[in-house]
Design a binder for this molecule. Structure first.
Ligand code: GLU
Length: 261
């Protein structure tokens, strides 16, 4: 059975390293391709939700902040500028393909409270009913340690649960999960299917993250644990060329497929 082809509601998560160049500025070509492919899926009848990082990077680039912000208030201010920039680009790109986007910013406490969780869920459902593509990020402008998800891999897993998604797709700067670090070991093998996230699988994660993103493989496996335990399969694929998503839909062996329980 082709899991992803049969899925109706799909959450896609894209990370900062996929959305930006090494300069920290947007990779417009890639964002445009992503918007095109997701719009195409939407035209084919899929319900698309996009969880996107990139606000911090965009804000830093626009404000010409050339260091990693160290204080919370600095991060909050930078993300306020960057989130705006991020949505402007998405609105532009998706509009080109006839789509309407809506922004949803979340913090963890929203999901810890039944009333606010229900409200968020209603908004997602209404946006989808209105044929929009919800674009989600952590509400970095007001989040602090106690109420934050901390990384968008985890956020996307909770969004998938909240929305009752049929699948979660993480677009990253790696091809999938390898049995050792492919940057250090040229013989590292890509794992196509993970049936169970056990100690061996967890040991493959190491602690590598990219320079501009927040998560590494550790947070991706954590996301897989969350969704798979709740009956939602996850796919980890390389977002360098978003058209790879077409191959995934055709059931080709791209990236790593985490089977749900
Ligand atoms: N919310 C952060 C941003 O938009 C990203 C967090 C992450 O990449 O995990 O920059």
């Amino acid at each position: 059975m082709n899991i992803i082809k049969n899925a109706t509601r799909i959450v896609f998560k894209v990370g900062t390293s996929t959305l930006t160049h090494d300069t920290g500025k947007f990779n417009l070509n890639r964002i445009d391709k992503l918007a095109r492919v997701l719009s195409d899926f939407k035209n084919a009848g899929k319900e698309i939700i996009l969880v996107s990082s990139g606000a911090m990077s965009a804000g830093s680039a626009k404000l010409r902040v050339d260091h990693r912000p160290s204080t919370i208030v600095e991060k909050q201010a930078i993300s306020a500028v960057g989130q705006n920039e991020l949505m402007r680009i998405y609105d532009h790109s998706f509009s080109m393909y006839g789509q309407t986007v809506g922004q949803i910013l979340l913090t963890k406490d929203v999901l810890d409270n039944e009333t606010s969780k229900q409200n968020a869920q209603n908004t997602f459902n209404m946006l989808i009913k209105m044929q929009c593509i919800p674009i989600v990020n952590e509400n970095d402008t007001i989040s602090f340690e106690e109420i934050k998800f901390g990384d968008n891999d985890t956020l996307s897993a909770y969004v998938a649960l909240l929305c009752g998604a049929d699948a979660l797709v993480l677009l990253s700067d790696i091809d999938g999960l390898y049995d050792s670090d492919p940057h250090k070991n040229p013989a590292a093998k890509l794992i196509h299917t993970v049936t169970k996230i056990d100690e061996t699988i967890l040991s493959y994660a190491g602690d590598a993250g990219s320079e501009r993103g927040t998560g590494g493989l550790v947070t991706k496996l954590k996301a897989a644990e969350i969704v798979c335990a709740n009956g939602i399969p996850m796919f980890l694929i390389n977002g360098q060329n978003p058209e790879i998503l077409y191959d995934m839909f055709e059931g080709m062996n791209v990236g790593t497929y985490f089977m749900s329980r």
